[in-house]
Ligand binder design. Structure first.
Ligand SMILES: Nc1ncnc2c1ncn2[C@@H]1O[C@H](COP(=O)(O)OP(=O)(O)OP(=O)(O)O)[C@@H](O)[C@H]1O
Length: 254
């Protein structure tokens, strides 16, 4: 089968795997700035029941892709539909994003959680406690967030992201600068959110071991293009594109 046909077949299968309607459909998604096309006519279907990992070399357009999907930046061209609807503020409110560097208020751990709960009209101590227990920070309520370790800060950021019970959680290299124990904790919290609450996860990582541990389907970006979107096993064992083959084998991909 030709590469392109195989790719289409994979995409169709991933779409079929979604019960009912696909969660997200992007067509011809393009982001151009200063004459440079940084996300280039991406076509993508995301099932609502998979842990999606996005991989690719530096500058491939991974972060821009998730910013487009989450509606943080408008596409130059193309369309994104969430459960068949264009993005609205209400849809975006049902999604959260966690960045590589935790974005926290310079206040207490508790205040950081209360802030997002208040925004959604759900502020109460029991809910705050539940969230802090989920991310293993229940004994740190009164501590200043900025005095937490890097791993703890990221867990707090993750708690903020999960506090509002999102349907979709985007994570942009959330563990890139953390030690192994912190990486494991973050992975466990995210996996639990996926398994127990049905949160759709869209997770960018450069870490091949992490991708193998977590991914159910993998999107591989290269030079602004989506060159591969396949079930994880296929991606790791039988990548189709030359760039993905080199990437999986640990060779430098420019
Ligand atoms: N607002 C912007 N203006 C101009 N160029 C940008 C802008 N945002 C991103 N870029 C460029 O677009 C390209 C893709 O960026 P992006 O952050 O999506 O890459 P990435 O795949 O997430 O890379 P990394 O793995 O290094 O984080 C990069 O070359 C980046 O410098």
């Amino acid at each position: 089968m030709l590469e392109a046909q195989r790719f289409e077949a994979d995409v169709a299968r991933l779409a079929d795997a979604a019960p009912g309607q696909a969660l997200c459909h992007a067509s011809d998604l393009t982001f151009t700035i200063d004459g440079k096309t940084l996300v280039d006519h991406v076509n993508l279907t995301l099932a609502d029941d998979t842990f999606t990992v996005i991989m690719g070399p530096n500058g491939a357009g991974k972060s821009l892709l998730v910013r487009l999907l989450h509606g943080l930046i408008p596409p130059t061209e193309g369309q994104i539909l969430w459960a068949g609807e264009p993005m609205t503020p209400d849809i975006r409110k049902r999604q959260s994003m966690v960045f590589q560097r935790p974005v926290l208020l310079r206040r207490s751990v508790a205040a950081n959680i209360d802030f997002v709960l208040r925004l959604r009209g759900r502020a109460d101590k029991a809910r705050r406690r539940e969230i802090l227990e989920m991310v293993g920070l229940a004994d740190r309520e009164r501590q200043q967030a900025r005095l937490l370790s890097g791993g703890e800060q990221q867990r707090l950021a993750l708690g903020r992201g999960l506090a509002t019970d999102p349907e979709v959680l985007f994570l942009d290299e959330p563990t890139a600068s953390l030690d192994p124990a912190s990486v494991l904790m973050i992975e466990q919290i995210v996996t639990k959110a996926r398994e127990e609450r049905g949160v759709k996860i869209i997770f960018i990582t450069h870490d091949m071991g992490q991708a193998r541990r977590l991914a159910e389907d993998v999107i591989f970006m290269h030079r602004g293009k989506l060159v591969e979107h396949t079930p994880a096993e296929r991606f790791f064992n039988e990548p189709v594109s030359r760039a993905a083959r080199d990437y999986v084998a640990g060779r430098i991909v420019l």
